[in-house]
Ligand binder design. Structure first.
Ligand SMILES: Cc1cc2nc3c(=O)[nH]c(=O)nc-3n(C[C@H](O)[C@H](O)[C@H](O)COP(=O)(O)OP(=O)(O)OC[C@H]3O[C@@H](n4cnc5c(N)ncnc54)[C@H](O)[C@@H]3O)c2cc1C
Length: 437
């Protein structure tokens, strides 16, 4: 037992529930790396796999180079929530960017969920995809007022079919009394992210792309007139006309320019044993993808086999086995606070991963010195990384206008050369804001 009462079995799996319950579409650890391709994609998460799928379907020769295995990174470790809206609030987007741009950025996320749905439907994928909606839960009374104003703005300016649930009716949406109300958006969706990622890899290969696991890109050189890149990988060398970087919070030295613009922040998840149907129905009767309004956010959902998945930032720390366990213990206490009826539930899984957060918490995608990149999904990449893969396939084919984020300033994070020394400071700052809001 943990000190919080929940049974954490000695055999708790310190691995992603999603990865543990999905079958890879192939073993790509020894595939032969081609000598030359039109497009080399770095990273086999949703960004990389979707880029590969769409570029290969457009007739390009494509190789995906992955340091670990398919969806090893954030794509296989997240909450499985394809939700509407930006990482920042819609009213904040209105203040920063004005009406037209804020609406444009917001609706891009609706399109991103539609793309996942299209891929699932058109290819007959069995990936537990469901448009069961999302809800934002107000941690404080003042947050509820904010949600009400946001809902008004979204209905009026975007036509988003959101609705407000007040505290008196909250039990129609959640088996908890800690929240002050919610904003529900029926357009959010859930998906089994590892099944989806493995299917993306299969579809990309069927379209003609090659996938190479255990192939870390350690160096990239631009040669000749700049139209060719030589990529050194841990499994050999490959030449490519275009390079697309999709390495999110795992971006390292060969891509220092991108790395210095991303703070990799740990996000952590615990998953319970399968719950009786009646308990799952009490916790989240409508199976919404749920998150709350704190900076030290909690997010949760019911998995396809009726477990409660409960995640959060927990400690503003990096993710490693010891950090994942400490964060897991914090999350278990949080889960008990939100759902006291879970006190006796056994914890079967506990893990963490890195979220790629930018200074402005906006997506950043474009080209720098001949290298294309799409990163900084700031915790909202299930849908957006998949979508940006399609966009980047267009961009490398000479259609930069497909990328709505291209004009955003993408500043360097001062003093950030690699190790994210600023995490404790960020944690203290956001914790204070949570207290004061
Ligand atoms: C715990 C957690 C919960 C989250 N929950 C949600 C959620 O519910 N909803 C949501 O929308 N988003 C969520 N996110 C964010 C979302 O998962 C990510 O934004 C998205 O998966 C990013 O996809 P990606 O393909 O860009 O990167 P990743 O999936 O991280 O893939 C990057 C890959 O690049 C590889 N790589 C790195 N460097 C190299 C190199 N030099 N050579 C070769 N390969 C390299 C890595 O091994 C990795 O596999 C969550 C993230 C985490 C960590």
């Amino acid at each position: 037992m943990s000190d919080s009462g929940t049974r954490v079995g000695t055999d708790v799996k310190m691995t992603s529930y999603w990865l543990d319950t999905a079958v890879p579409s192939g073993d790509y650890r020894t595939t032969t790396i081609p000598k030359e391709v039109d497009v080399a994609v770095v990273g086999a998460g949703f960004t990389g796999l979707s880029t590969a799928l769409h570029a290969a379907r457009a007739g390009r020769s494509v190789a995906v180079l992955e340091a670990n295995t398919v969806v090893w990174g954030a794509s296989g470790r997240n909450g499985g929530m394809a939700t509407t809206g930006l990482a920042i609030g819609f009213r904040q987007a209105l203040r920063r960017y004005g009406e037209q741009r804020a609406i444009g950025y917001f609706t891009e996320y609706n399109r991103a969920i539609d793309l996942i749905e299209d891929i699932v439907r058109e290819n007959g994928l069995d990936v537990d995809y469901a448009r069961s909606g999302k809800m934002n839960l107000a941690w404080k009374e003042s947050h509820f007022e904010g949600l009400t104003q946001t809902a008004d703005a979204l209905r009026r300016l975007v036509g988003q079919p959101v609705r407000i649930v007040d505290r008196e009716s909250i039990r129609s949406e959640i088996g908890s009394d800690v929240y002050h109300g919610a904003m529900v958006d029926p357009l959010g969706a859930g998906v089994h992210v590892a099944k989806f990622g493995h299917e993306l890899a299969r579809l990309a290969v069927e379209a003609g792309a090659t996938v190479h696991e255990n192939a870390e890109v350690v160096d990239v050189t631009r040669i000749g007139d700049g139209t060719t890149h030589v990529l050194q990988t841990s499994r050999g060398t490959i030449r490519a006309g275009k390079v697309v970087i999709g390495t999110s919070g795992y971006t390292g030295r060969p891509f220092g320019w991108v790395q210095r613009r991303i703070v990799p922040v740990g996000s952590f998840i615990v998953v319970t044993e399968p719950l009786p149907q009646a308990v799952a129905d009490e916790l989240l009767p409508n199976r919404r993808m749920a998150s709350d309004t704190k900076n030290f956010i909690y997010y949760f959902r019911i998995t396809p086999d009726n477990r409660l998945l409960f995640g959060g930032r927990a400690r503003f720390a990096q993710s490693d086995p010891s950090s994942d366990r400490k964060s897991g213990e914090i999350l278990i206490r949080a889960m008990h606070h939100v759902f006291p009826q879970m006190r006796e539930a056994r914890i079967d899984y506990m893990w963490g991963g890195l979220v790629d957060i930018s200074m402005d918490q906006m997506v950043h995608a474009g080209e720098h010195r001949g290298l294309f990149y799409s990163t900084s999904y700031s915790g909202h990449g299930v849908q957006m990384a998949t979508y940006m893969g399609k966009v980047m396939a267009d961009v490398v084919s000479g259609r930069p206008e497909a990328n709505v984020w291209r004009d955003l300033r993408n500043p360097w994070i001062p003093g950030h050369y690699g190790a994210p020394w600023m995490l404790p400071l960020g944690g203290a700052w956001y914790g204070l804001q949570d207290k004061l809001s």
